[in-house]
Design a protein around this ligand. Structure first.
Ligand code: C2E
Ligand code: MG
Ligand code: MG
Length: 766
């Protein structure tokens, strides 16, 4: 096609931004524009008149007279030629003779343009967004009067467009303000509010970018809190780089110092001051910085950027100031709400929840738990501290108590300062015995360590009291009252810790006392092994021994395991006590062996906790090596329940024992809920039928049937069967008939001290 396409104006980007800001493209026809177009056609005597707006790729007609098309491609439009000089009327008297147009399809075809006169529409300061033009299908010209009329009418179109822009700006800005106000009403966080304001500024306020920063008063720096850009995501790093730009900082300082907006409507003129040219890179041509003051105290700034020079006119700044005032109001409201919430739920000195906060947190936790312990800390001598070091010293001590309490608080526990000097700690799903241990062994020690007041170390006695949820109360109020009573009784009895509930208190006290004694007993090696023989039912000879622990109490004499094994287990002391029992069994075995007594294997009872101990196997190997003892010396007895837990890990330990050559027996078989078919998947060698079955088998046929089944099933699985608690010959005879392998019980011998057992072995006459 042989026509000359119009050039692109140098400031095309700004021109298009201006056109977009008018918000007029693709809108419906409006009488204000149509009447001006009609007037132009009437005065100039042309069949066609257009208000044409030149978009990036097309010209679009806001008003048209005598033409059907709503738009044409930009590269064939006459108007694009016309706007090349925004201040001049552009006239083509005969397009068919003009080399720029004679091949133009608008000339060669419909609407067969010959004459064109277009006056550019300059709405902003620079280039034109389009034209008011008149067109004829015959060559001709305009009179001077007609030309003047066309210029006047084009000014009227420009005025109309500007009015439109102002109206649309009003609409948009009020929508922007409304959006921020709506957010203020429902937002709960300052960051959310700031982010909404930035997005509203970009999406409705025609900005290219906006960010809000918080002022750090000592350094004068402004730290970005929220931001938004019209171009997708904006990296925090970019906002930060703009925030520290020297020009930006200078402008922000001026805004902060004067407490008035500061505007730079042409950032290109200061680009030399900022070699990085951050604004330039992001197409930011004008900026305004608004100070945000909350309760008359400067809070931060809002920085606005536009992609157009001279964007921030007085109208815009008025709206922006309203926006800033709204944001400041919102921040103020949120800060006050937060302060009120904080003051009502937290203690300001320690930062711990106060009673209301404690109740609030407990209320959330309570439905999720079964039980729990509430502890109250009674701080004695705080008045002495105040008298000696001043009231401020109390705050310092309270802060330290709070820190220690939090440092020792178990997972999910809630620490609180429920009254001025009363600390509380709620530990969910904790059983009283464990809690007593925690309170007396860890917390009491931590809280009674000296407190620093300035450079002085001050001791402060404490008493602890606890109540148990839900037994002692279902609300914090009731639990606190009970725990405070417990503190009082601890105080009057001069004890460190007490439970409110008498029964719990007694059992935990007894248990704790026993625990302390057991600890001492372990270190003093007060435990001994008694031995009970295992008899081969076919031959009547001793073929094994079970080591049974006894406590030789210095005052109480021999204490039975039923009394202390559960406490050893719950306190974890069984690890050391069990190690000692194994060690003694090995030593006794070696003694008997060395005395030539034809010593049988010694079975040692082992608990689940010991099996889970990582050193269990190596400890046994170590003891065996120390006594130069063969693994044939040992077997271990495990209860069914200990085999049900930690299955994978237990399997590994049992396997390792088998590899060493130590046999494994299942003790008290029949009391648990495991099935034989499950147990035989484990590497075990022996089954010990519980005494309860043996006791009832001679009187109840069902039990005899059960024992019979257990024995034959076990034999099918290659397990040796031992019957426990044989007390009479009838039981022994029956078991012999049922082909039980071994028997153990008072019929043969009660558990006896090592020396007596050696004598028994020497006689081997049973
Ligand atoms: P267990 O391992 O089932 O031991 C058998 C218990 O039955 C022993 O009680 C034994 O004295 C008792 N007994 C044996 N024959 C008869 C009988 O004919 N009639 C009656 N009424 N009782 C009989 P003991 O010595 O009081 O031990 C009780 C439990 O304490 C043991 O039950 C075992 O589970 C645990 N235990 C004992 N020593 C240790 C140890 O060193 N470590 C661990 N972890 N537990 C041990
Ligand atoms: Mg046993
Ligand atoms: Mg048993």
């Amino acid at each position: 096609m042989n026509y000359i396409a119009p050039g692109i104006p140098a400031d095309e980007n700004e021109r298009l931004a201006e056109l977009a800001a008018l918000n007029v493209l693709d809108t419906t026809a409006e009488e204000d524009f149509d009447s001006l177009a009609r007037l132009a056609a009437f005065i100039c005597g042309t069949p066609i008149s257009l208000v044409s707006l030149v978009d990036a790729k097309r010209q679009w007609f806001k008003a048209r007279v005598g033409l059907d098309a709503a738009e044409t491609p930009r590269d064939i439009s006459f108007c694009t030629h016309a706007i090349a000089d925004p201040d001049q009327l552009f006239i083509v008297t005969d397009a068919s003779k003009d080399k720029r147009f004679r091949e133009n399809p608008l000339v060669t075809g419909d609407p067969n343009i010959r004459f064109y006169a277009g006056m550019p529409l300059k709405t902003g300061e620079g280039s034109a967004v389009g034209t008011l033009c008149v067109i004829d299908r015959v060559p001709r010209d305009l009179s001077v009067m007609q030309r003047e009329a066309l210029v006047t009418l084009s000014n009227a179109v420009v005025a109309q467009l500007n009015l439109r822009r102002r109206l649309s700006r009003h609409e948009q800005y009020y929508a922007m303000l409304a959006r921020v106000s709506a957010r203020i009403a429902r937002t709960t966080d300052i960051e959310g509010l700031c982010s909404e304001a930035c997005h509203a500024g970009v999406e409705l306020g025609g900005l290219r970018m906006a960010w809000i920063g918080r002022l750090d008063i000592p350094s004068g720096n402004v730290q970005p809190v929220a931001w938004a850009t019209s171009k997708g995501r904006l990296a925090e790093s970019m906002v930060c780089s703009i925030a520290i730009d020297p020009f930006e900082r200078a402008l922000a300082s001026e805004a902060i110092a004067s407490r008035h907006p500061r505007v730079c409507n042409d950032l290109a003129t200061v680009s030399h001051a900022s070699p990085g040219g951050v604004w330039h890179q992001h197409g930011l041509l004008a900026s305004a910085i608004l100070p945000l003051a909350v309760d008359d105290v400067l809070w931060g700034t809002m920085s606005l950027y536009a992609g157009r020079k001279n964007f921030f006119d007085p109208f815009y700044l008025d709206r922006a100031n309203e926006l800033a005032a709204d944001i400041s109001f919102g921040i103020d409201r949120l800060q006050k709400t937060r302060d009120i919430h904080y003051l009502s739920f937290y203690d300001t000195v320690t930062g711990l929840p106060n009673q209301a906060g404690f109740e609030d947190k407990f209320g959330t936790l309570a439905p999720q738990i079964h039980c729990g312990c509430l502890l109250v800390v009674g701080m004695e001598q705080l008045d002495h501290v105040a008298a000696a070091y001043g009231a401020g010293a109390i705050d310092s001590v309270l802060k330290q108590v709070a820190q220690r309490l939090q440092a020792h608080a178990p997972h999910r526990a809630i620490a609180a300062l429920v009254r001025r000097r009363l600390f509380a700690l709620f530990v969910p799903d904790e059983d009283p015995a464990n809690f007593s241990r925690f309170a007396t062994q860890h917390l009491a020690a931590a809280l009674s360590a000296p407190y620093s007041i300035d450079d002085v170390q001050v001791g402060c006695a404490i008493h602890l009291g606890a109540s148990f949820f839900p037994d002692d109360g279902k609300t914090i109020g009731a639990l606190l009252t009970a725990a405070e009573r417990a503190v009082q009784s601890a105080r009057s009895l001069q004890q460190t810790f007490r439970f409110y509930n008498k029964k719990i208190d007694e059992t935990t006290t007894v248990q704790l006392r026993l625990e302390g004694e057991l600890r001492k007993a372990i270190s003093r090696r007060e435990f001994v092994n008694y031995y009970q023989p295992k008899i081969d039912l076919a031959t009547g000879r001793i073929v094994g021994a079970e080591a049974l622990m006894r406590w030789l109490h210095p005052e109480r004499g021999l204490v039975s395991p039923a009394e202390f094994i559960p406490v050893l287990e719950s306190s974890g002391l069984i690890l050391e006590a069990g190690r000692q029992a194994l060690g003694r069994a090995i030593i006794d075995y070696c003694t008997w062996r060395d005395a030539g007594l034809g010593t049988p294997r010694i079975a040692v009872n082992v608990t689940a906790l010991q099996l889970r101990d990582q050193n269990f196997i190596t400890d046994i190997q170590h003891e065996l090596a120390a006594g130069k003892c063969d693994p044939v010396a040992l077997s271990i007895e495990l209860t069914e329940s200990s085999l049900m837990t930690a299955e994978q890990q237990v399997r590994g330990v049992l396997q390792a024992l088998r590899e060493i050559g130590i046999l494994v027996a299942i003790d008290d078989f029949g009391t648990g809920y495991s099935s034989l078919s499950y147990l035989v998947t484990l590497p075990i060698d022996e089954l010990k039928i519980d005494r309860a079955f043996i006791m009832r088998m001679t009187t109840e046929p069902a039990y005899m049937g059960l024992v019979n089944t257990i024995i034959s099933l076990a034999h099918n699985l290659n397990l040796k069967v031992v019957a426990e608690g044989i007390e009479n010959n009838e039981q022994a005879n029956l078991l012999r008939l049922l082909r039980c392998d071994q028997a153990q019980g008072y019929l043969y011998s009660k558990p006896v001290p090592a020396d007596d057992f050696a004598a028994m072995l020497a006689r081997n006459i049973i």
